[in-house]
Design a protein around this ligand. Structure first.
Ligand code: ADP
Ligand code: GLC
Length: 481
């Protein structure tokens, strides 16, 4: 089966969050199941520099205002199709944001182009390789199913995965003529969205199948509270929506072989984790002591609920914990965490920025990872934490609720607990969860058992990739579409 995966970021070539991790790992897992998966992504300058030799496989004279070439390349085991359109992607800054910190003003054109090129490949533009399935990720790729649905031609089946409903790609209706869609696309069944053009909205209507990244999030987005304005549409398509929980790349994230950490370890010699804890203490200027270290590795945004952590800092320090925060985002939150670290030098350590190797050292050395998200489609950091025996303390939402087993009495009795879950997302509930965590930590053999259970959780792609493969197969069998 030939699958075209379409994404705006792909680890390790370009990453701003979990989407890249998934777009980089799922194709490899599907290939292991026998699929032929190619990944279409924009040829940002850093991507072109990060791959070896390229060869052109398709050409567009005019793709949203300039010429474009699809370049085939291989890197990190991935079969890539790089959309080289210098007028759209050859510029400094990140994949979405310019050097001035603002969104690129033509993001609508940059990602309409991605969808359009995907659709053209779906219709046969790459001679000798026509996909059976086009699988688009998030709003940046969501126009692929739209262009295919409105092409009026026999087309591959389409899947659209929602990684985060908060980002919808809505733009002023004035861009409509530039999109080169038939008039019928300006409708409830097309891209029209409360008078704007909605890329995600259009994709959700057009795709043959919608997936999201956990079963609980799949249920949450059907409610007005979680649906972010799209719940009505999604309820109408509920028979076409499934939640499949993400896996992680268990080679990149493996405490037994991780080259970023001071000491490798397995469940068999988990005591060696202490070496990583000590290294982390040294790195953050903490004394070597026995109390637990809590950590955060995250975008600092409202979604992640970290403002309640700011409110809890005094209680955390008073409770004998130390806290490490690695992240960037909201300037106000960055400032509040920096102020907390100044107030509590040696007990609160903060690194503002994006640092992949440090994220590994934190997972290997901290005792617990905090993820107090208000909503969380899946979440990957708690999965890395499980794998590294860094116990996750998470709110009961989305994928967090689906991947962590709370250390309640029943779970402890059955020896299946892997972390601590709390609700609601408030300072008080978080502090109470930490009191519970502290009690577990004081009981050394019990803590060790929970760590081992966490490390034994299957966070690989094996099961979930199989579910995607089944879904593709079902779509191909379904003659009605
Ligand atoms: P989201 O995609 O919503 O940001 P996820 O938990 O799915 O949340 O994925 C976040 C990814 O980004 C993880 O791989 C995490 O380790 C990484 N990450 C987030 N912030 C940082 C940071 N400051 N430094 C290094 N890695 C980070
Ligand atoms: C989004 C979500 C996150 C999820 C990731 C990968 O960024 O916020 O919860 O893990 O996508 O699917």
């Amino acid at each position: 089966m030939k699958v075209l995966s379409v994404a705006s970021e792909v680890y390790p070539l370009v990453k701003t969050g979990g989407l890249a991790d998934v777009a980089g790992a799922l194709p490899l897992a599907l290939e292991r199941l026998g699929g032929d998966v190619r990944t279409l992504m924009p040829a940002y300058p850093s991507v072109l520099n990060g791959v070896g030799p390229v060869s052109p496989v398709a050409q567009f004279e005019d793709l949203m205002g300039g010429p474009a070439t699809v370049l085939s390349a291989e890197a990190h085991g991935l079969k890539l199709l790089l959309l080289d359109a210098p007028h759209l992607y050859d510029r400094p800054g990140g994949p979405y944001v310019g050097l001035n910190g603002y969104d690129h003003p033509d993001n609508w054109a940059r990602f309409a182009a991605l969808g359009k090129a995907a659709a053209q490949i779906g219709l046969g533009a790459f001679e000798g390789w026509q996909p059976d399935i086009v699988h688009a990720h998030d709003w940046q790729a969501a126009m692929a199913p739209v262009y295919l649905a409105f092409s009026g031609r026999p087309r591959p089946r389409t899947v659209l995965t929602i990684h985060n409903l908060a980002f919808q790609g809505a733009f002023p209706h004035t861009i409509l003529p530039e999109l080169d869609l038939p008039e019928s696309a300006w409708s409830l069944e097309g891209v029209e969205y409360y008078g704007s053009v909605g890329f995600l909205k259009g994709g959700l209507h057009a795709a043959d199948m919608i997936t999201t990244v956990s079963p609980t999030y799949a249920a949450e987005i059907l409610t007005p509270h979680g649906g972010m304005g799209l719940d009505g549409l999604l309820r109408g398509r509920a028979d076409r929506l499934v939640g499949i929980v993400n896996g992680v790349d268990v080679d990149t994230w493996n405490p037994a072989t991780d080259t970023e950490i001071a000491a490798n370890y397995t469940v068999g010699d988990i005591f060696k984790r202490a070496i990583n804890k000590r290294a982390l203490e040294d790195e953050f200027g903490f004394a070597n002591e026995s109390g637990p270290i809590l950590a955060v590795v995250s975008r600092l945004t409202w979604q992640k609920g970290l403002d309640i952590l700011v409110e809890a800092v005094e209680a955390i320090v008073a409770g004998g914990f130390r806290l490490i925060v690695v992240g960037s985002g909201d300037r106000l939150l960055e400032g509040e965490f920096l102020a907390a670290s100044a107030r509590h030098a040696g007990r609160v350590g903060v690194r503002i920025g994006y640092d992949e190797p440090l994220s590994h050292r934190v997972q290997a050395g901290a005792d617990a990872l905090l993820v107090p998200s208000r909503f969380e489609p899946c979440g990957l950091t708690q999965l890395y934490a499980l794998r590294y025996g860094c116990l996750p303390v998470v709110s009961r939402v989305g994928g967090l609720a689906d991947t962590v087993i709370d250390a309640n009495v029943a779970a402890l009795t059955a020896s299946v607990a892997t972390g601590v879950i709390f609700e609601p997302v408030t300072r008080d509930a978080l502090v109470k969860a930490l009191v519970r965590l502290r009690r577990l930590y004081e009981d050394e053999p019990l803590w060790r058992d929970i760590q081992i259970q966490a490390m034994r959780s299957d966070v690989s792609w094996a099961l979930s990739a199989r579910r995607y493969a089944d879904l593709y197969n079902d779509l191909l069998k379904d003659e009605s579409r």
